[in-house]
Design a protein around this ligand. Structure first.
Ligand code: FAD
Length: 465
C-alpha cells in the first residue's frame, strides 16, 4: 500500500469500533484465513464492523480510496468471495448477536452471525427456523443465497422465513427491506446473493421445533443403485415432517460407527423428523430403511435440534481444502445413479462427499416468482465436495469433483444453487442459476448499485431498469 493509504488506514482505525488488520499486524494471517484453506488471498486490510455506523464508514472509505470491497459474513463461501487480493474486506464478524422475541416467534440476527448463534438463541424458547447443516456457516451468505437444511421440507427455505432485512446500500443509505418497504430489493435479497448491499441484520420467522428425531442410515457403496432407486420414490412421497439428505461418503473412524465399518465407502441418508416423537413415531417412519437392502449401520433417536445442526462440525473444522460444484435435480434417473455409483466408489479422500439435499415440500408453497430463487420446481439441490486437510491433495480433489460434475450435469436441471457454485465457474453459470429471474435481478441491481460496487459475489452486473 502507498504511504497515503497507510495514513488513511490509520484514520480508519481511529474511527471504527471494530479492529482494522493489515499485513503489518501480527494477526493478519488469522484475519485473512477463511473456512476453505484452498483460498489464499492477501487483502490490503480487513476492517471489522461493530455496527451500522462502522459499515457506512468502511463503504465510504473503500470508495474514497479506490479500493475493491468484499463483504465477509461467516467466511464459508467455497470460492472465498469475502477476500480480494489488494482489496478491503468489510468484516461483519463483530456483529454476531441474536435477539429472539418468543411471543412474536421472530429472531433478529446480526449480519455477521453464524447459524449456531441463531439455533442456540432460538432453542432456549423451543423455536427454530430452516438453515444449513453445519453450525459455523454464516447466516449472511447462506440466507442471501436462499438457504436449505433439515427443516426445509417442513418450513421452506431460509428466505421463505425472512421477514425483513436492514441494508446499507452502495451510496451509504440505510434501508429496511420487507414485503411493504422496498419490495423490489426484498425480492432480490431472497436468493440474489450479496449483490445489493450489506445486510446488517435479518429478521426471521421462527417455528416450534425443539427436539427432533435424528437418524443416520448407511449401506455399502455397492448398493448405491438399489438405495437411490428406493430413495427417489420414497422421499418425495413422504410427509413434509420427514427430511433425509442422501450422501456418498467414507465412514469416519470413530463413534457412533462400529469399528469394522470405519473407512468403508458407503451411501447413506441423514434423517430429520419433526413429527410426533411419542410412542413408536420415529421407528415406525423409518421402518422402511430395510427396503433397499439391509443397512450396514442405522442409528435413530430424539435429539435437541441444535445438536443435529452441529453434528458435522467436528468432522469439518475450518482450515480444510475444499473444492465444490453443484446442480439442481428434478429426477434421479438410472443413468445418473450409474454416475453416482462410479464416483462414490472412487471418492478420493476420507472427507470428500456428495450430498443431495431435498428442496421440495414447503418450498413449493411460495410461488415461482415470489423471490429471486428460481428453482421452486427442483426436488434436490446437489453438491459434490472434494475435501481434505492436506494441501498436496488439492489437485486430486478438484479433478474428482470436476469429472464427477461433468458426467452428472447432463442429468441436472441446468443450474446450481448459487451458494454451491465453485471457483472458476463462469457468468453463464450465474445466469443458469437465476433463469428467467436474471433480467429482473439486473434491473434491481441498477436501482440499488448502479456502479456494481458490490461485485465480490456471484455477480449480477447492472442491467436495464
Ligand atoms: P462468506 O464467504 O462470508 O460470504 C459469502 C457471500 O455472501 C459473499 O459474496 C459475501 O459478500 C456475502 N455476504 C455474506 N454475509 C453478508 C451480509 N451480511 N450482507 C451482504 N453480503 C453478505 N448452504 C445451505 O444452504 N445449506 C447447507 O446445509 C449448507 N451447508 C454448508 C456446509 C459447509 C461446511 C459449507 C462450507 C457451506 C455450506 N453451505 C450450505 C453453503 C453456504 O450457504 C455458502 O457457503 C454461503 O456463502 C456461506 O455464507 P457465509 O456468510 O459463511 O460466507
Amino acid at each position: 500500500m502507498s504511504r497515503n493509504s497507510g495514513q488513511a488506514l490509520q484514520g480508519l482505525r481511529e474511527t471504527l469500533r471494530g479492529p482494522v488488520v493489515t499485513a503489518e499486524d501480527p494477526g493478519y494471517d488469522e484475519a485473512r484465513s477463511i473456512y476453505n484453506a484452498m483460498i489464499d488471498r492477501r487483502p490490503a486490510a480487513i476492517a471489522g464492523c461493530a455496527d451500522v455506523a462502522d459499515v457506512r464508514t468502511v463503504l465510504s472509505f473503500a470508495q474514497d480510496n479506490g479500493l475493491d470491497l468484499a463483504v465477509r459474513g461467516g467466511g464459508h463461501s467455497g470460492p472465498g468471495l469475502c477476500l480480494i487480493d489488494g482489496g478491503l474486506t468489510l468484516d461483519l464478524t463483530p456483529m454476531r448477536w441474536v435477539h429472539v422475541d418468543p411471543q412474536a416467534r421472530t429472531a433478529r440476527v446480526g449480519g455477521g452471525s453464524e447459524l449456531g448463534d441463531l439455533d442456540h438463541a432460538a432453542h432456549a424458547f423451543g423455536l427454530a427456523t430452516p438453515a444449513g447443516i453445519v453450525s459455523t456457516t454464516g447466516v449472511g451468505g447462506l440466507t442471501l443465497g436462499g438457504g436449505h437444511g433439515h427443516l426445509t421440507r417442513r418450513y421452506g427455505l431460509t428466505i421463505d422465513n425472512l421477514l425483513s432485512a436492514d441494508v446499507v446500500l452502495a451510496d451509504g443509505t440505510f434501508v429496511t427491506a420487507s414485503e411493504s418497504e422496498h419490495p423490489d430489493l426484498f425480492w432480490a435479497l431472497r436468493g440474489g446473493g450479496g449483490n445489493f448491499g450489506v445486510v446488517t441484520s435479518f429478521t426471521f420467522r421462527l417455528h416450534p421445533v425443539a427436539t427432533v428425531g435424528a437418524a443416520l442410515t448407511v449401506w455399502p457403496v455397492e448398493r448405491t443403485r438399489e438405495v437411490l432407486q428406493w430413495y427417489r420414490e420414497f422421499l418425495p412421497a413422504a410427509p413434509e415432517d420427514l427430511s433425509g439428505f442422501f450422501a456418498l461418503l467414507t465412514v469416519p473412524p470413530g463413534p457412533p460407527f462400529p469399528e469394522p465399518i470405519h473407512g468403508r465407502k458407503v451411501c447413506g441418508v441423514v434423517w430429520c423428523y419433526t413429527g410426533d416423537l411419542e410412542g413408536e413415531g420415529l421407528e415406525k417412519v423409518l421402518a422402511v430403511v430395510d427396503d433397499p437392502g439391509p443397512p450396514l449401520f442405522h442409528f435413530a433417536g430424539p435429539m435437541p435440534y441444535p445438536a443435529l445442526q452441529s453434528m458435522f462440525d467436528g468432522l469439518m473444522p475450518k482450515g480444510l481444502q475444499w473444492y465444490w460444484r453443484g446442480d439442481f435435480f428434478d429426477a434421479i434417473p438410472d443413468e445418473a445413479i450409474a454416475v453416482h455409483e462410479k464416483y462414490g466408489r472412487d471418492i478420493p479422500t476420507g472427507l470428500s462427499t456428495m450430498h443431495l439435499y431435498p428442496v421440495d415440500g414447503a418450498t413449493r408453497r411460495s410461488g415461482a416468482d415470489d423471490t429471486a430463487w428460481a428453482y421452486r420446481n427442483a426436488l434436490w439441490s446437489g453438491v459434490i465436495a472434494g475435501i481434505d486437510p492436506e494441501p498436496a491433495n488439492a489437485d486430486p480433489l478438484r479433478r474428482w469433483c470436476v469429472e464427477y460434475w461433468t458426467d452428472l450435469h447432463p442429468h441436472s436441471m441446468g443450474g446450481a444453487y448459487i451458494n454451491f457454485l465453485g471457483e472458476h465457474e463462469n457468468a453463464g453459470r450465474v445466469q443458469g442459476t437465476y433463469r428467467d429471474h436474471y433480467d429482473r435481478l439486473a434491473a434491481v441491481k441498477t436501482t440499488y448499485d448502479p456502479h456494481n460496487f458490490f461485485r465480490a459475489n456471484q455477480n449480477i452486473p447492472p442491467g436495464v431498469s
